[in-house]
Write a protein that binds this ligand. Sequence first.
Ligand SMILES: [Fe+2]
Length: 201
Amino acid sequence: MDPEKLPNGRILELLERFDPPTALHCKRVSTLSEAIGAGFGLAGEDLAQLALAGLLHDVGMLEIPKSILRKTSALSYEEETILKRHVEKGVRLAEAAGYSPVVVEVIRQHHERLDGSGYPYGLVGEQIGWYSRIVAVADVFTAMTDERPYRRALSEKMVIGELKRDRKFDREVVGVLEKYLASPSGRIFASRLRFLNRDNY
Ligand SMILES: [Fe+2]
């Protein structure tokens, strides 16, 4: 993947052409991250950077074989190792394309978890940036409420409950997400999650 081909306005188009489900996921994570950021009072360029980080968090998937991305059965250890490389690949792509350090940090940290169980560095608590914690919650919420070939989509309520119990995620961020989902625009977002499937967005 040539970083020159990664200008801001074309990310979604590139992802869509590469793998529509990945593009849909990134779009949803961006919308949710932005909503959470707005719930914390972020605005203007800060909020725009957070939304962009949400959109780009999985950009490294552009360099992961489709056979792994689309596999519907469990991944082997080797395949999982290859999949996890989307983090470093995304960092390299975004840096080369000139995206801001804020966006690059989110790409680097979106699979880190507060209890140190994440990857690639096993960072703990405050070592993980605030934007990264927001995108991590938006990412997991989106993945769990999404229909997968091997399981049905989980309800928003169920996922929020899981995220609250789990010590891997920032509770304050989960609380703001919960509040957003109860708001009029959040209810529209949630109903879209429920009724639109991957082939229809
Ligand atoms: Fe990811």
